[in-house]
Ligand binder design. Structure first.
Ligand SMILES: C[S@@+](CC[C@H](N)C(=O)[O-])C[C@H]1O[C@@H](n2cnc3c(N)ncnc32)[C@H](O)[C@@H]1O
Length: 295
């Protein structure tokens, strides 16, 4: 027998301050999210849809459901409801200029000298950021695939990672890509108004799920890390731990790019110097490096 959950109108499900605080605690513990009291109406409007989809009619019931074993997917639904996936190709274009002018020349030299080169798009959403990195890199270094050069692209949300991996976009979504790059890397597909990034671009990128506020399953260093418009959701303590962790995972002279409304604060500032708008180069200091790697 089919069961459709009844309609829930705005205001129908009670949402007390205690409910909000329980949700905020869970979101902080699991994902480092910072939900200020002022976000209560937004949280209500986004999450009441999730409750409706699950046929749940009270927030305490929803919160106990979230912590049940086997409800991993609901946690991802929660984070999707509490954050945004807004992204675009070549967003904050100045970062791609810095990458092209200040980082890629060294990358080419290092790769040709047999060194491992890694770039990371952390919190990559539906993929425009890592694909923009790949296009910028291949423009200057078309033979990159012949060397040990890879881009890692991660996001906490499994659905958005799958979209990124597929790499299909509408005409509006590919608007930020120059005609030259479009003709090289973007193919029109049969589906109306749809475009797909070429497999040559995809081959350079590894897409994986990763919660930035958890253990990272790798130990290598990155020549550049893009983590833009992600830490904005985290409280200051979580942000500062994240900046330090990124710093520990940068090669010496590696560069961290963050979102336009974000700032690096805390212990990482001792090792990172600003080289442009919201971009920071790691200053080599082997003693400090060793100390942080041990922590
Ligand atoms: C606004 S998008 C930013 C996308 C891209 N970096 C950009 O600037 O265009 C934020 C992304 O961060 C992801 N995110 C939020 N919390 C996260 C966490 N704890 N770990 C990893 N990714 C997270 C979201 O799923 C979302 O896709």
């Amino acid at each position: 027998m089919n069961f459709s959950p009844p309609e829930i109108k705005q205001g129908e499900i009670p949402f007390s301050d205690d409910d909000f605080r329980s949700l905020a605690n869970l979101a902080k513990l699991q994902f480092g999210l910072n939900l200020a009291e002022s976000k209560k109406p937004l949280v209500y409007s986004r999450l009441s849809k999730r409750l409706k989809a699950r046929g749940v009619f009270s927030f305490p019931e929803y919160i106990s459901l979230l912590v049940k074993p086997g409800e991993e997917n609901e946690k991802f639904e929660l984070i999707s409801a509490l954050t945004t996936n807004v992204t675009s190709f070549f967003r904050e274009i100045h970062h791609f200029k810095t990458l092209e002018e200040e980082i890629i020349p060294d990358i080419i030299e290092n790769a040709k000298n047999g060194r491992r080169v890694r770039l990371w798009s952390a919190g990559c959403s539906a993929g425009p950021e890592p694909y923009s990195l790949a296009m910028t890199l291949l423009k200057a270094f078309p033979e990159a695939k012949e060397y040990d050069v890879r881009i890692l692209a991660t996001d906490i949300d499994p659905k958005i990672i799958e979209r990124a991996r597929i790499g299909r976009y509408t005409a509006e979504e590919i608007d930020g890509i120059s005609p030259d790059f479009r003709s090289k890397w973007i193919n029109k597909i049969a589906e109306k108004n749809s475009f797909e990034v070429s497999s040559n671009l995809k081959k350079l990128i590894t897409f994986n799920e990763l919660n930035l506020v958890s253990e990272w399953p790798f130990s290598g260093s990155f020549d550049a890390i893009f983590c833009r418009n992600v830490a904005i959701y985290f409280d200051q303590e979580t942000q500062q731990k994240l900046w330090q962790k990124f710093c520990n995972h940068l090669t010496s002279n590696g560069v961290l790019f963050i979102g336009h409304s974000e700032r690096v604060t805390g212990s990482a500032t001792r090792q990172l110097e600003g080289i442009g708008i919201t971009s920071y180069r790691k200053v080599s200091n082997s003693a400090e490096d060793c100390k942080n790697r041990r922590e």
